[in-house]
Design a protein around this ligand. Structure first.
Ligand code: ATP
Ligand code: MG
Length: 261
C-alpha cells in the first residue's frame, strides 16, 4: 500500500492511491502486488503516475520478467497498444558496475554518484540508445517514453508473451547470423553505437527477423573501449552461432566489415 509521501500534494497522493487500488485489480498475481507495494520507491511511483497522466501508459497488466535490477511489465496505452515497461529498480542495484559504460561516453558527462542518479542515467541512456538506433533504422523496440527510471517501449511479442530470444529458438540459420551482423553494422555505421552487451539473451527472433534489445550498456563509438566492446560482442555471437552449427566468419574479418574498413 502507498506509504509515506507526506510531502506530496494532496491530489498527487490521491491519484497514487487510486492508481494502486486499480493496480490491485489489474495485476492479479499476489507476487506482483508485492512488487507494487514494496519494490517501488516513492520516486518510482511518482514516475509511473506521471507517465499515466501524460497518456504514455494506462495500465500495467502483468510482469514479463523479473530481474535483480529491472522488471519488465506488459502494459497498455489508452488506445490499447501493447507496451513493454522496463522499470529499473533503485534498491539492491549493483549499478556501480555500470559506470564503465557511462564514463567515457561523450553523451553522458557530469554523472552524479548516488544510486538513484546512476539508475536514472542508465534508464536515460537506454532510452537514448534505443532512439538513436531506431532512427538509424536498426531493428530495435521502438522507444515511446521515459520518466526517471521507467522506460516505455514497443512490446515485441503477443498477448503479453515476449518474443523468443535467440537462446530460446531451436533452429538458427545462416540467415539469422547474417541478419544479426547486418544490424550491428547498421548500429555502428549509422547510429554510431556499439551494443556492448550483445548475446543470445538480448536478441529476439520475431516473425523471421532479429530484433536487438537491452540497450543500457550501449556506448557511442567514441567511447575509449568501444572497439573492445565490439570485439567482445562479435566473439559472443560467433561462440553462440557456431555452437548452433552455423558457419561463422573470423572475428577480425567481421570487425573490419562492421566498421566499414
Ligand atoms: N520490448 C520488449 N518487448 C517484450 N518483452 C521485452 C521487451 N524488452 C524486454 N522484454 C522481456 O524482458 C526480458 C528482460 O529484458 P532486458 O534484457 O531488457 O532486461 P535485463 O536483462 O534485466 O536488463 P539488464 O541486462 O540491464 O539487467 C527479456 O528477455 C524479454 O523477455
Ligand atoms: Mg538482458
Amino acid at each position: 500500500m502507498w506509504s509515506g509521501g507526506d510531502d506530496l500534494p494532496e491530489e498527487v497522493k490521491e491519484s497514487l492511491l487510486e492508481y494502486e487500488k486499480k493496480s490491485r485489480y489489474l495485476i492479479k498475481r499476489s507476487e506482483d502486488q508485492q512488487v507494487i507495494e514494496d519494490v517501488f520507491d516513492k520516486a518510482t511511483k511518482m514516475a509511473l503516475y506521471k507517465l499515466i497522466n501524460k497518456g504514455a501508459l494506462q495500465t500495467l497488466i502483468g510482469v514479463v520478467k523479473t530481474g535483480k535490477e529491472s522488471r519488465v511489465y506488459w502494459g497498455k496505452k489508452a488506445d490499447n497498444t501493447d507496451v513493454a515497461v522496463k522499470i529499473y529498480l533503485t534498491v539492491a542495484a549493483d549499478f556501480r558496475r555500470r559506470l564503465p559504460y557511462i564514463q567515457g561516453d561523450p553523451r553522458f558527462t557530469n554523472v552524479g554518484k548516488g544510486i538513484r542518479n546512476i539508475v536514472e542515467v542508465w534508464a536515460k541512456k537506454e532510452y537514448r540508445n534505443l532512439s538513436e538506433a531506431y532512427k538509424a533504422g536498426v531493428k530495435v523496440p521502438q522507444p515511446f517514453n521515459l520518466n526517471k527510471n521507467i522506460l516505455v517501449m514497443q512490446f515485441i511479442g503477443e498477448e503479453g508473451k515476449p518474443a523468443p530470444t535467440l537462446k530460446e529458438v531451436d533452429k538458427l540459420t545462416q540467415k539469422d547470423y547474417r541478419n544479426v551482423i547486418e544490424q550491428i553494422t547498421l548500429l555502428y555505421q549509422k547510429a554510431e553505437l556499439v551494443h556492448a552487451d550483445l548475446s543470445e539473451y538480448n536478441i529476439f527472433k520475431w516473425r523471421d527477423e532479429v530484433i536487438l534489445f537491452d540497450f543500457g550498456s550501449a556506448v557511442s563509438r567514441e567511447h575509449p573501449n568501444a572497439d573492445d566492446f565490439l570485439q567482445r560482442d562479435i566473439e559472443n555471437l560467433n561462440r553462440f552461432f557456431s555452437k548452433k552449427g552455423v558457419r561463422t566468419q573470423q572475428t577480425q574479418t567481421l570487425l573490419k566489415k562492421v566498421k566499414g574498413e
